[in-house]
Design a protein around this ligand. Sequence first.
Ligand SMILES: NC(=O)c1ccc[n+]([C@@H]2O[C@H](COP(=O)([O-])OP(=O)(O)OC[C@H]3O[C@@H](n4cnc5c(N)ncnc54)[C@H](OP(=O)(O)O)[C@@H]3O)[C@@H](O)[C@H]2O)c1
Length: 307
Amino acid sequence: MKIIGVEKFGGPEALTVLDVAEPHAGPGEVRIRVHAAAVSPTDTVLRAGGQGTGNLPAVPGMDAAGVIDETDGSGGWQAGDRVMAIALPLGEHRGAYQEFLVAPADSIAHIPAGMDFAEASTLPMNGLTAVQTLEKLGLQPGQSLAVTGAAGTLGNYLVQLAKHAGLVVVADAAEKDRDLVSGLGPDYIVERGDNVAERIREFFPEGVDALADAAVMNDKAAPAVKDGGGFATYRWWQQDPGRGITVHPISVRDDYHSGQKLEALRRLAEDGTLTLRVADRLPAEKASEAHRMLEAGGVRGRLVLLF
Ligand SMILES: NC(=O)c1ccc[n+]([C@@H]2O[C@H](COP(=O)([O-])OP(=O)(O)OC[C@H]3O[C@@H](n4cnc5c(N)ncnc54)[C@H](OP(=O)(O)O)[C@@H]3O)[C@@H](O)[C@H]2O)c1
């Protein structure tokens, strides 16, 4: 089968088309004929060797959508079911950039009705990350959440899920992204950039109850949080911001077996609570080009590789 793998870590050119033996589903697993795999920032980190060496070739990709072609019936799944899945590149089944992906039966969900594989592939990893963020921050309806990187895929889902949970949301946006971010329904929008905390404090003089730092601004964003509030970090920020603020490291790997949460996200995509955005669809062979585009910045919506 075809995979897009990395035999020697490096720049986008390190991604090559390789032919390897097909995997097969074991007990309690399904095999998915992957049709779409989303390209995320973490894929570029893996490709560059930033996640350790592991077994080569490394296969990036944490999101897949396709059709089940092998199953023992675990979880009620049947061959032919159209599903989306989170994949763990460092796990035994490797990442999503492969023609056939084996996944635990409890890690997958149906793709949203009326949406195609590319659209569905944008949801699992970042949707589950946003859910885990809200769970860990533990805010009550009416409390305030600031989201940095709101124009990105994780930021999109954070703003929309937080509004759905009844939170008061302030999102950052560059001038050019204002329409996109305002379409997500935040209560306030502030100009993005290094002084974002100051601008958030203009609306929340005491600070927000919590901040989800999808732009990875760390100490630049933390001053927006009120004393005793919460701060969600997605890239393992290690510092203590002080003032009694709790830093919550978010790790979507902990939600690998959260197929039920993924089904709930599917329903929210179907009823319009969540917007799934595809920036572009590229043949899998153009993975290097997709990584170059992502690393150049400014991509809105997810780039998706088609298999
Ligand atoms: N720990 C976990 O389990 C986990 C799970 C999911 C995601 N993540 C991480 O979360 C982050 C966001 O993921 P994503 O998929 O949403 O990435 P994304 O789609 O690339 O979005 C990131 C957004 O942040 C913006 N941004 C960059 N620098 C900024 C700044 N200084 N101020 C304001 N906005 C800025 C980017 O804009 P430009 O395009 O203009 O640069 C982009 O819109 C990534 O670092 C990802 O690896 C971690």
